[in-house]
Design a protein around this ligand. Structure first.
Ligand SMILES: C[S@@+](CC[C@H](N)C(=O)[O-])C[C@H]1O[C@@H](n2cnc3c(N)ncnc32)[C@H](O)[C@@H]1O
Length: 465
């Protein structure tokens, strides 16, 4: 790898000569491959998988399969995520013990959002935001497949949040950065690197944190992370947040065997650096800060418990009984009918959801239960991926080739004894989506924009789990 001279000088200075040689050697190696299981759907250990030490559902794989051709990947049974990023699990499980409202401000493609969604206490609301319009769709896709109903996806600039006030108990700012930690995975990151870009990045990161700071409750947690090594975007920015905005930098308990590095800027506060010659993963920097001050506002978790079952303030929409009957524990949701869609959102957070809908650009929220077309009610893919009751639709188990054909949105031939109507397609027991059986054929309801576009079929079945 041809590293920029300025990068060598700067990073060599930061790590010291001995460490830098080992670091450089590690950059020339193949990056490890890792996945994180979606325990909401499937509690399996991948074949030959090795546990990621700081993440209960994370595993290193022995090789990199073509994930696109694994139907269980599309079913949301796991997420492909580099291992260092999974450290967020330690932060959240050590500091968040009751339901919260959490914002993941820079969320696409959704690695840390899906992780947060898995480890936040039950009853938490996750707001996953992505400012780039061309990236928010993949975030919505990944969140939908993950299947947790307590998630909202927004497409807003950090400054747009200001009118919401102190809404969030936890904010993750996984800020856009100069990407030094991605060098071995992404050659473009090396080409685009420059000292000028590092400067642009740390300045932009401060703007992002300053814009969102007002929305963090006093006493709330800010998790700040980058995938870069330099101190300006990391320790220097953390020091700036602590001093300028008013926060305490908090420690996270780690095991010595994880080989996580600490503060490299000679500053007196804890930070967590993943360096590829010491830790099995890509470059990650993470720090946890608690905003100064105390709040009178009840933690959102309390609101959750109080409001559970009571409903929000808006008038209930007229929603067909049939749609409600498709949803597990339907009483926990408030149903909204509008724009030919029926959506279910956890009752406890209905008011927040309404505020978000009124003031922000909501791309996806809760679970889309059904689409209304004339007199027909069509169950949505989002429902099939999430809180669909097991007993309302028949299921058919398909083999590998049929599963790939279904995911390519090709027509599926069902056994002749299948009833007419909506049928769940399952592969290894896991739901891939829906078809409508009309007798002589079945209409494939897989979302057009998510279909596998490649016509290639691997000679061997791709099987990660
Ligand atoms: C490091 S990536 C996030 C990765 C994501 N958290 C994950 O774990 O999958 C940073 C994200 O910030 C977004 N971004 C770029 N400019 C931004 C800005 N000015 N404000 C907020 N987010 C921005 C990028 O589009 C990108 O999706």
């Amino acid at each position: 790898m041809n590293l920029p001279v300025d990068f060598i000088t700067r990073t060599g200075g930061l790590l010291g000569e001995g460490q830098f040689a080992a670091f450089r050697e590690a950059l020339a190696k193949e990056p490890p491959v890792s996945i994180r299981m979606n325990r909401l759907k499937m509690d399996a250990v991948p074949a030959g998988g090795r546990q990621v030490p700081w993440c209960g559902s994370g595993y290193y794989l022995a090789s990199r399969p073509t994930f696109t051709f694994d139907p269980l990947f599309h079913a949301g049974c796991y997420y492909v995520q580099e291992a260092s990023s999974m450290f967020l699990e330690q932060v959240l499980t050590q500091y968040v013990h009751e339901p919260v409202v959490m914002l993941d401000l820079c969320a696409a493609p959704g690695g840390k959002s899906t992780l947060a969604r898995s480890v936040l206490p039950e009853g938490s609301l996750l707001v996953a935001n992505e400012v780039m319009r061309n990236r928010v769709q993949v975030l919505a896709e990944n969140v939908t497949k993950w299947g947790h109903p307590g998630t909202v996806v927004l497409n807003n600039d950090p400054a747009d949040f200001v009118p919401l006030g102190e809404l969030f108990d936890v904010i993750l700012t996984d800020v856009p950065c100069s990407g030094e930690g991605m060098f071995r995975k992404d050659p473009v990151a090396v080409e685009e690197w420059s000292v000028e870009n590092v400067t642009l990045c740390w300045q932009r990161q401060r703007r992002i944190v300053r814009d969102i700071w007002h929305c963090l409750k006093p006493g709330g947690l800010l998790v700040y992370s980058t995938c870069t090594y330099n101190r300006e975007e990391n320790e220097d920015n953390v020091a700036w947040i602590a001093e300028e905005l008013g926060a305490e930098v908090l420690p996270v308990e780690v095991q010595p065997g994880w080989n996580i590095s600490g503060n490299l800027a000679g500053k007196d506060f804890p930070v967590y650096r993943f360096l590829p010659h010491r830790t099995e993963g890509e470059g990650l920097f993470m720090a946890v800060l608690r905003k100064s001050g105390e709040t009178d506002a009840a933690p959102c978790g309390k609101l959750y418990r109080e409001r559970r079952g009571k409903g929000g303030k808006s008038k209930p929409s007229v929603v067909p009984k049939e749609a409600k009957a498709w949803v597990k524990q339907a009483d926990d949701y408030s149903f909204v009918a509008g724009q030919n869609k029926i959506t279910a959102f956890p009752v406890a957070y209905q008011e927040i959801y309404e505020r978000l809908r009124d003031t922000m650009h909501v791309v996806y929220g809760g679970i889309q239960v059904a689409e209304v077309k004339g007199k027909d009610l069509i169950p949505s893919h989002s429902l099939a991926m999430s809180v669909c009751r097991e007993d309302v639709f028949s299921s058919v188990e398909v083999n590998y080739e049929q599963a790939i054909a279904y995911l390519r949105k090709e027509s599926v031939v069902l056994p002749s004894d299948m009833p007419k109507g909506y049928i769940l397609i399952r592969y290894k027991g896991m739901v891939l989506g829906l078809v409508k059986n009309i007798g002589n054929r079945a209409n494939n309801l897989y979302p057009q924009e998510w279909r596998i576009r490649s016509g290639y079929l691997p000679e061997q079945v791709v099987c990660v789990l």
